[in-house]
Ligand binder design. Structure first.
Ligand code: ZN
Ligand code: ZN
Length: 269
């Protein structure tokens, strides 16, 4: 393989892997499992979750439980990763614990996932270190398999894409909860903001204020410039009969919900 071929193979595999793994996180882990914003056949669910898992995302039960806790306690001291209480904690500090804090319990907050034997296995009885190690080993094993079948360029491109995608939720947790880094379209009771470049890199997840305004909506892009590739993919899945029961909150509905929220806030003052 000459140098040009190395660049071409690397570029193609990196881009394809990035898209696949990122969609696994945004569509699979986030919009499907955490918020149940649409339903799909189990095989399709596993496909997206595997795509996210191979980007070292960790146990789906852990991910869902912690993200639901983030929404429940948004930007309060009980929020697992609000940047209001320290940047290091918000970035990776919160993940270094060995287990769940006392106010977060997957048997209460992620009951819907505990019946799935695959997710239970990946959860490793709630031992975060063991579950993270397992995700890491499986992720590396996957790249070894790519190396054996397609060579080192493809394996390296896939590995780097996996690590790049791993940064998406970690980056979101911090950047999209620092008000001065973005704009707020809706009067949510938290610090969430929309950040355009996170929106693009994270396939729609950076419209985070929109998301906090209506977490169960499968759509997060509301304005014309708010490109939401995850939403477009979910719509395409619906056309292919791979997704149904989609919960779409439209800009008009979200504006009405926002007015109601503002009036409530005024009456509480
Ligand atoms: Zn958030
Ligand atoms: Zn969410």
């Amino acid at each position: 393989m000459n140098v040009n071929e190395v660049y071409i193979v690397f570029g193609i595999v990196f881009t394809a892997s990035y898209v696949l793994h990122a969609m696994g996180v945004t569509i699979g882990y986030h919009r499907l499992l955490t918020h149940r914003s649409f339903t799909c056949p189990k095989i399709v669910e596993y496909f997206w979750i595997l795509a996210g898992y191979l980007a070292f995302e960790g146990s789906p039960i852990w991910w869902v439980t912690m993200h639901r806790a983030h929404h429940r306690y948004q930007d309060t001291p009980l929020d697992p990763h609000s940047p209001s209480f320290g940047l290091f904690r918000s970035h990776i500090g919160w993940m270094l614990n060995r287990g769940y804090p006392s106010h977060i319990d997957p048997s209460l907050q992620s009951k819907d996932l505990l019946t799935d034997p695959v997710y239970r296995f990946l959860e490793q009885d709630g031992d975060w270190h063991k579950a993270h190690r397992l995700a890491f080993v499986i992720g590396i094993f996957f790249r070894v398999a790519i190396f054996v079948c397609f060579g080192w360029v493809a394996a390296l491109a896939s590995l780097l894409a996996g690590f790049a995608v791993l940064q998406i939720p970690i980056m979101l947790n911090v950047i999209c909860h620092i008000p001065k880094l973005g704009y707020k379209s809706y009067a949510t009771n938290d610090d969430s903001v929309n950040v355009w470049w996170v929106g693009l890199l994270a396939f729609g997840e950076g419209w985070h204020n929109n998301h906090h305004a209506s977490p169960s909506s499968a759509r997060t892009g509301m304005k014309l410039h708010e490109l939401d590739l995850s939403w477009l993919t979910i719509r395409a899945m619906e056309k292919l009969r791979l997704a149904s029961g989609i919960n779409e909150v439209t800009p008009a509905q979200l504006a009405m919900m926002d007015s109601a929220r503002k009036s409530k806030q005024l009456t509480q003052v």
